[in-house]
Design a binder for this molecule. Structure first.
Ligand SMILES: Cc1ncc(COP(=O)(O)O)c(C=O)c1O
Length: 379
């Protein structure tokens, strides 16, 4: 099946009990057994749920993986991966990533004896000097949140394999429509399905996809033992979101390209961070590993003051000022005080995330209306 067909059909069978074409929301906590241990594969809904199972299968298909596992949020999925580690293990993570991932690593897992190295991975070779016998996990997002840096997944995967470390790629920004990290050698793909997969800003959800069955068993054990599972209604919403991912992404990409180019020409705009510019340092790698460049971007103003940024952030009408991304509606965000506030200021500034950076999640509205909104807000 081609990708667009998979988005609609993967994992979804008419319901065996009624023929319902849409996977029902199996709102149940348990399942009746005819005798102890005699059941239909479902015992207790923390361990198994048919709505979740349909979504896990669908996610595995669209990421070209064998197994999917769903969680109550993207960070719950991240937490599950980190629980594979033991005290003394080391993680090499990118120095530009979602603030909540950084917070989970430094405020929860560092206390438990896991050591983290935050490294600029724009050149994958940079990680080599941090690798030692304790290195168990390499963690990357690409494009990165919020600076839209590009990391070469195949290059990282080859280094990870040389050193028997796992590579987990957070594919939230690109989505399976634009990039498939497992095909490039990653061991685990993570999504905050809250974003493009759900697509309608009405659900918090996360997932992991992998090929290795032994790894799946370990992560499934974490999923059922820790219990950070999503409810069936949320799984239904993500399943429904997946069916339009490809058409939404096409529009996110075309609107994103027009807005990034328009911003770049604006006399009051400073730097525009979008990986589709031919002079973006990661352009060649993005071209190689992505099918298009997406609708996420960030920019600064020539007046690089927090006040000027705040004025723009409070003046848009269509772009809603809110955390999150990837919904059909456009959002504007101030990473320094919102999504990335949990990263210490010195650390943020050192990695290029200035106080005045503005992030856009370009939605699928009419692009002329979006440009008019930015024009009046930037002034
Ligand atoms: C790239 C990325 N990864 C992970 C997460 C965490 O996902 P969730 O908010 O669903 O827990 C986010 C949330 O913004 C994100 O942007």
């Amino acid at each position: 099946m081609k990708l667009s067909t998979k988005m609609i059909h993967a994992g979804v069978e008419p319901d065996p009990s009624t023929g319902a074409i849409m996977t029902p929301i199996y709102q149940t906590s348990t399942y009746v057994q005819t005798a102890p241990g005699v059941h239909k594969g479902y015992e207790y809904a923390r361990s198994q749920n048919p709505t979740r199972a349909a979504l896990e299968t669908a996610l595995a298909h669209i990421e070209n993986g064998k197994h999917g596992l769903c969680f109550g949020s993207g960070v719950a999925a991240t937490d599950a991966v980190l629980r594979l580690l033991v005290p003394g293990d080391e993680v090499i993570a990118a120095n530009d990533m979602y603030g909540g991932t950084y917070r989970l690593f430094t405020k929860i897992f560092e206390k438990m004896g896991i050591r983290f190295h935050f490294v600029n991975m724009q050149n994958a070779e940079n990680i080599r000097s941090y690798i030692n016998a304790n290195t168990k996990l390499i963690w990357a997002e690409t494009p990165t949140n919020p600076l839209m840096n590009i990391i070469d997944i195949a290059a990282l995967a080859s280094i990870a394999r040389q050193h028997n470390a796992l590579l987990c790629v957070d594919n939230t920004f690109a989505t399976p429509y634009l990039q498939n990290p497992l095909d490039l050698g990653a061991h685990i793909v993570l999504h905050s399905a809250t974003k493009y997969l759900g697509g309608h800003s009405d659900v918090i959800h996360g997932c992991l996809i992998m090929n290795d069955t032994e790894l799946r068993e370990k992560l499934y054990f974490v999923q059922k033992s820790v219990g950070a599972v999503p409810g069936p209604q949320d799984c239904f919403l993500v399943l429904r979101g997946l069916k339009t991912l490809h058409v939404r992404m096409d529009r996110h990409c075309s609107n994103g390209a027009k807005i990034a180019r328009w911003l770049r020409e604006h006399p009051k705009v400073g730097q525009v961070y979008w990986c589709g510019f031919e002079d973006h340092p990661g352009y060649a790698i993005a071209k190689k590993q992505m099918r298009d460049f997406g609708g996420m971007m960030s920019f600064t103003l020539k007046d690089d003051s927090p006040e000027a940024a705040k004025k723009v952030l409070s003046s848009t009408h269509l772009f809603a000022l809110a955390e999150s991304l990837g919904g059909v509606e456009s959002l504007i965000n101030h990473p320094a005080s919102m999504t990335h506030a949990s990263i210490p200021r010195e650390e943020r500034i050192k990695n290029g995330l200035s106080d005045s950076l503005i992030r856009l999640s370009v939605g699928i509205e009419d692009v002329e209306d979006l440009i008019d909104d930015l024009r009046q807000a930037i002034g």
